[in-house]
Design a protein. Sequence first.
Length: 135
Amino acid sequence: MKSGLMKKRNDDGPGEIDLTPMLDVVFILLIFFIVTSVFVTEAGIDVSKPQASTAEPKSKDLILIAVTSDGEVWMNGEVIDPRFIRSEFELRLADAPNSSVVIQGDENATNDMVMAIMRAAREAEIANVSISTEA
């Protein structure tokens, strides 16, 4: 008689939902969006740019470098020594070979520092160097 009896399952409580597959999908989507997003690099400081009538927008890989009115040079969010501008350019060119330099010079900055940056870009063999202005 025992062989003919079936055990009854205990289904008294509410059903449970396994959230593991949903969390896997969410994490995969998060990783996808992080990898495919475009990160915009900033020079690290806001400068007051001079006015220009011939301004044109740039939309390629940019190396942004800022010069403050005090003569400080900012790149990648930190102050850099002007003697190492060329080496910073060469490091960035290793990541993106067709990059162009955009100098964000404050309108009260000296021309000596802007010219030093342009010279370093030429020595690093960067073909496209621009000065950022307000249109």
